[in-house]
Design a protein around this ligand. Structure first.
Ligand SMILES: [Zn+2]
Length: 219
């Protein structure tokens, strides 16, 4: 794992939102999971946290808006720094990063997979409803049907790798697909692929069959 090379990272907006505590629970979860695997993005979050801390410390010397205290308290409550401390005490799972373990009940063995066809399995994680987080199991060499997005889709690779129009994504890499992007991710032939995927709106499938089954599998 020390040789892991992450080439696809978070955007500044996501890092800033995580540091400020303004992300939805599902997006927060995937950002925290990436950061637990990525030294580069973790360092970026720490520097934003330091700036936020300095703003709070000097807040009584400048004119502040009425909701400043609420904002500062929200920031403290959601501070990733406190989360990071407790995460270190948790046990390690070779595939799932620490922020995910509580969501699946302890380890990869506790994931309650449901088949969605073609050998692909998913497990929807319980988060607040503004966005959906799911673990995806994609058998080696399998393609996820070509789809677009009504909103944003974030995909973090936890095991194996996949390739699509945007490049190759392996453990620790995060793909950020926007509304106008259509893609067909294909898992590497050598290994089954496990990803954490977060969407803030339902996916749009192009083929008729995926559109028919979509309501049943809640993709
Ligand atoms: Zn990163």
């Amino acid at each position: 794992m020390t040789t892991m090379k992450i080439t696809h990272h978070l955007t500044d907006d996501l890092i800033l939102g995580y540091s400020a505590g303004t992300l939805t629970e599902a997006v927060n979860l995937i950002v925290a999971s990436h950061i637990s695997l990525c030294d580069e993005c973790r360092a970026a979050v720490e520097s934003y946290d330091a700036v936020g801390g300095a703003v709070i410390e000097t807040a009584d010397t400048v004119a502040v808006s009425d909701d400043c205290l609420d904002g500062a308290l929200a920031l403290i409550r959601k501070s990733p720094a406190t989360g990071a401390t407790s995460e270190k005490k948790r046990r390690n799972d070779p595939v799932l990063p620490a922020p995910l373990l509580d969501y699946v009940g302890g380890s990869l063995d506790d994931v309650k997979w449901r088949s969605v066809g073609m050998g692909v399995k998913q497990a929807i994680l319980k988060t607040s409803p503004e966005a959906t987080a799911r673990l995806l199991f994609i058998p080696a060499g399998t393609a996820i049907p070509d789809h677009g997005h009504n909103g944003m889709e974030l995909t973090l690779v936890l095991k194996g790798a996949f390739q699509d129009e945007d490049g190759r994504f392996a453990r620790g890499d995060i793909e950020i697909a926007s509304e106008d992007m259509h893609h067909t991710p294909i898992a590497d032939l050598s290994e089954d692929c496990i990803c954490l995927a977060v969407t803030d709106a339902p996916l749009q499938f192009r083929g008729l069959l995926p559109r028919l089954v979509q309501p049943f599998v809640k993709i």
